[in-house]
Design a protein around this ligand. Structure first.
Ligand SMILES: [Zn+2]
Ligand SMILES: [Zn+2]
Length: 292
């Protein structure tokens, strides 16, 4: 599967010369199956540019899964070009109960006077992504979901294809169990052996105590999870809006210092435009995603 990051920021988009290397758009990832099926994770402001690219590629079938409905994960959706084409077939999903929740939540934001086009009048063909027992299949991708530890609930996803695996856990507070969320051990089990774990690393350990309960992790907790679950690559995600490029470099350096034991995961900080291809053990070995 191919993985591309279209937005790695959390909370609010940022711009300015101090943010050009990691980018300023909020959460959006694109996963492509080996057959070219498109799975999108979250609709932060990064989904705008993805929509332009999908239209250019002539892609009409896609699945979009929301981790949750906080603004930074839905804010780009009104400007997602494929929504305005009747040829688009878009399956929408998220946490348990999303079959009912997704249209209800989106109808609240696509609604005058917040936005001029009502959700029910969007030209695209919208359907519900059909999870069965927390498992969804999109072409050759098998997607499993788990509950996030985050205010107002949410879902994390594990995506597998031909033995390769990606876990996406953003807005997940590892040091505090929110209502409906899992324990640290639950997340270790969910991430076990993943090739790439993309995890919330919004804070430094020094910042965290003042923000405990806000639903996010510090990078040392993300590193601890990656090591405990024996993942190959840890991708730091949901970058704080105050953390400019140089500060993110410094945070990444500290995380790499923590993961310096033999056999530890390698570590990257996701940036807008970052991409990698994950291949299973039968496809010529399992390289880490840090060199890409
Ligand atoms: Zn967020
Ligand atoms: Zn959130």
């Amino acid at each position: 599967m191919k993985v591309r990051c279209w937005g790695a920021r959390g909370s609010i988009p940022v711009s300015g010369r101090e943010y050009v290397r990691y980018g300023g758009d909020t959460a959006c990832l694109e996963i492509q199956s080996r057959g070219g099926a498109v799975l999108i994770l979250d609709a932060g402001t990064g989904i705008r540019a993805l929509g332009v690219d999908l239209a250019r590629r002539g892609c009409a079938d896609m699945t979009l899964l929301f981790s949750h409905f906080h603004w930074d994960h839905i804010q780009g959706l009104p400007f997602f070009k494929p929504l305005y084409s009747p040829a688009t077939r878009l399956a929408l999903g998220g946490r348990r109960g999303a079959r009912r929740d997704v249209p209800r939540m989106l109808a609240r934001t696509f609604h005058p006077p917040l936005f001029p086009v009502p959700f029910a009048k969007l030209p695209a063909q919208l359907t519900a992504a059909g999870f069965e027992n927390d498992v969804l299949r999109v072409d050759s991708l098998v997607i499993r979901r788990t509950a996030l530890s985050h205010p107002n609930l949410g879902a994390g996803f594990r995506i597998e294809e031909d033995g390769a695996s990606l876990v996406y856990l953003t807005d997940n507070e590892l040091s505090l169990r929110h209502k409906g969320g899992g324990t640290f051990e639950d997340y270790v089990a969910f991430c076990r052996g993943a090739d790439l774990l993309i995890h919330d690393a919004e804070y430094t350990p020094e910042e965290y105590p003042q923000r405990r309960g806000w639903g996010h992790s510090h990078f040392a907790d993300a590193a601890h999870l990656a090591r405990a679950a024996d993942v190959r690559t840890l991708g730091l995600f949901h970058h704080n809006q105050e953390r400019d490029d140089d500060a993110l470099d410094a945070l990444l350096g500290r995380c790499r210092d923590l993961l310096a034991e033999p056999g530890d995961p390698c570590c990257v900080a996701l940036s807008q435009g970052w991409e990698t291809e994950l291949a299973g053990p039968g496809a010529g070995g399992r390289a880490t995603a840090c060199g890409t």
